[in-house]
Ligand binder design. Structure first.
Ligand SMILES: Nc1ncnc2c1ncn2[C@@H]1O[C@H](COP(=O)(O)OP(=O)(O)OP(=O)(O)O)[C@@H](O)[C@H]1O
Length: 580
């Protein structure tokens, strides 16, 4: 049973919890059948002797019923203990894996998506282990025992029971076939897709409203609903017949037994009482029996769902972790060198960077320019190891980046990308994140260099202002300046930055340019540039197109080439004039 094996990995040293729970639940199933035997005795005695000589059978019936309930209660206690442990460990182990994920993983998965995949699927697994798994053994034990018991009471009635049971199991087998499992997977896929698209829809409501559109304009969301509807209709249509047969057969024991009992009673009048009490007992047992068989059906579904839940977590976290080296001693020449670097994003085949080679020396600035989608941001992100190159080598200060310890790499490189975010903490904590020993004077100096003093002046609590709380919200440009202050305070010799594509207003643009100048003063810089005026002074410009460096040189050298850069420059001039 793969699901059981899989969850054992999350149980640590409490691996026996689930087997014990299953064992107790099976014993409970056996014990629960015994009261029926004693009831049968009582009924038989009443019918033959018209009185009860002793109440011991009634006490036994009650005692075993109570014992059965008690055993089931303990089985559930153990299964709940296991389920909470598994749920907890799924979350803990996933978090441990996530912490070791490459930074780029967080570009591909939003925090909401990560939380949803882990939380929801851990809960599904919990529900299965706590509530359904204890019934697993009972589901197998109970029908067999009931059948043996019935056979023992009257083999002819027992044999007749095989008929509806066989048909019910055949219908169940059909529902749980490979096709049924595929439907379960498809169902969960469509549900997840619809959930994700609905989140996107809600996020995009302002745009939808602005353009006076309806849900139909949100094609992906609309399509996900329609796909879900079509899928559920197909699934239901497929299930309809076997499910109806299953329900009919599971509940139809009496209808087979009643005519048979009448036939038997007519043919053998001597044993009428025995046959009748057997029928009575069968009629009493049938609802219990049907209930257990019905549970087996839900169990199969829940088991499929729990397996799928674990698959989803594994699938999302199936990215090789970043392994850092031990190297702590980087020479102070802080050069960067790329040699024949190629890269594709995980789970894609498309080469986003191909044969990239260049050298950046201490104190120099390299600007990355080129058409959108050319690979500029990707190249910049390989330096702080958002992702690792598939081929070739990247070195900082002559040492391969993979050999550097995490602390060394982070002490050496600071990066400011467009989606750098602020925490819901104080301004002080946001600027001095990871640099707890910094004094307020140092933090204020960094904020000043990043042109953020106007932001502090706005809030009476100054550095203690909590961002994102009590109406404290910062504009995109202000947030970017705070991120620049963080990088200025970190004061690393190497700076990797992605220039903002859009500034909120000329005032902010001017302030950000000044902050950038402060940040890059005397540093080795790699900059993804969108506005060509900011690269004219760069020591080297790399023009990237379709993942390859197609031109390299200074601004003047590239202009004299009269190739792609010249074309971009001319277009840029036109666009600037147009803006003016
Ligand atoms: N996280 C990702 N997962 C998969 N593919 C990605 C990811 N990020 C970018 N890409 C793809 O890699 C290619 C290069 O993207 P990149 O963002 O590096 O280009 P760029 O030159 O910086 O573009 P822009 O100037 O528009 O920012 C694009 O085709 C893009 O679709």
């Amino acid at each position: 049973m793969t699901i059981l094996k899989r969850v054992q990995g999350y149980l640590g040293n409490r691996k026996l919890l689930l087997p014990c729970s299953i064992a107790l639940s099976s014993i409970s199933a056996v014990v629960m059948l015994l009261p029926f035997y004693f009831i049968w005795n009582i009924v038989q005695e009443l019918l033959t002797q018209h009185t009860l000589t002793s109440l011991s059978d009634a006490y036994y019936a009650m005692g075993f019923a109570l014992l059965g309930v008690l055993l089931y209660y303990f089985a559930l206690m153990l299964s709940h203990a296991a389920a909470f442990r598994v749920e907890n460990n799924i979350r803990k182990m996933s978090m441990k894996k996530i912490i070791r994920m490459p930074l780029g993983f967080f570009d591909n998965h939003t925090s909401g998506e990560i939380r949803k995949v882990i939380d929801d699927n851990a809960t599904i697994t919990h529900m299965f282990l706590a509530h359904q798994l204890p019934d697993l053994a009972a589901t197998f034990v109970m029908p067999i025992l009931t059948f043996v018991f019935m056979w023992f009471l009257d083999w002819r009635l027992g044999l007749a029971c095989l008929f509806p049971l066989g048909l019910a199991l055949a219908s169940l087998g059909f529902l749980m076939s490979k096709r049924g499992q595929n439907f379960t997977k498809l169902y969960m896929d469509q549900l997840e897709k619809m959930n994700t698209e609905s989140v996107e829809y809600i996020r995009g409501i302002p745009v939808v409203k602005t353009f006076q559109q309806t849900v139909f304009s949100f094609k992906n969301f609309y399509k996900s609903i329609i796909d879900y509807r079509d899928m559920v209709i197909t699934y239901t249509a497929w299930c309809r017949r076997p499910m109806s047969f299953y329900l009919v057969f599971v509940h139809s024991f009496c209808f087979v037994l009643v005519p048979l009992t009448i036939l038997l009673m007519t043919n053998t009048p001597m044993s009428n009482v025995t046959i009748f009490t057997s029928l009575l007992l069968f009629v009493l047992i049938t609802p219990v029996y049907s209930q257990v068989v019905m549970r087996s059906m839900n169990l199969g579904y829940a088991m499929g769902q729990a397996g799928e839940a674990l698959n989803r977590i594994d699938e999302m976290l199936d990215v090789p972790p970043v392994l850092f080296g031990e190297e702590q001693d980087v020479s102070d020449n802080c050069s960067v060198s790329f040699k024949d670097v190629s890269f594709s994003y995980p789970k894609t085949n498309k080469k986003v960077l191909q044969d990239i080679s260049f050298d950046l020396f201490k104190g120099q600035t390299i600007a990355l320019v080129g058409p959108s989608g050319g690979g500029k941001t990707t190249l910049a992100k390989l330096i702080p190891r958002f992702w690792d190159a598939d081929m070739g080598s990247i070195a900082i200060g002559g040492k391969p980046v993979k050999s550097l310890s995490q602390e060394t790499l982070m002490e050496y490189v600071s990066f400011v990308f467009q989606n750098s975010s602020l925490f819901k903490r104080t301004l002080r904590e946001n600027v001095a994140y990871g640099l707890e020993s910094c004094s307020d004077a140092e933090i204020l100096s960094a904020l000043k260099k990043a042109q953020c003093l106007d932001i502090i002046d706005k809030f009476p609590e100054g550095l203690d202002t909590i961002i994102g709380k009590n109406g404290v919200y910062l504009s995109g440009g202000e947030q970017q300046r705070i991120c620049l202050a963080r990088a200025i305070l970190k004061d690393t010799p190497l700076v990797v930055l992605d220039e903002a594509t859009a500034f909120s207003d000329p005032e902010n643009e001017h302030l950000i340019q000044q902050a950038l100048r402060e940040l890059t003063k005397g540093k080795t810089v790699i900059m993804v540039a969108h506005r060509l005026t900011s690269v004219t002074d760069a020591d080297m410009i790399l023009v990237l197109d379709k993942g390859r460096i197609v031109e390299r040189g200074t601004h003047d050298e590239l202009l004299s080439n009269k190739a792609l850069y010249t074309k971009m420059w001319n277009q840029y001039q036109v666009s600037v004039e147009w803006t003016l």
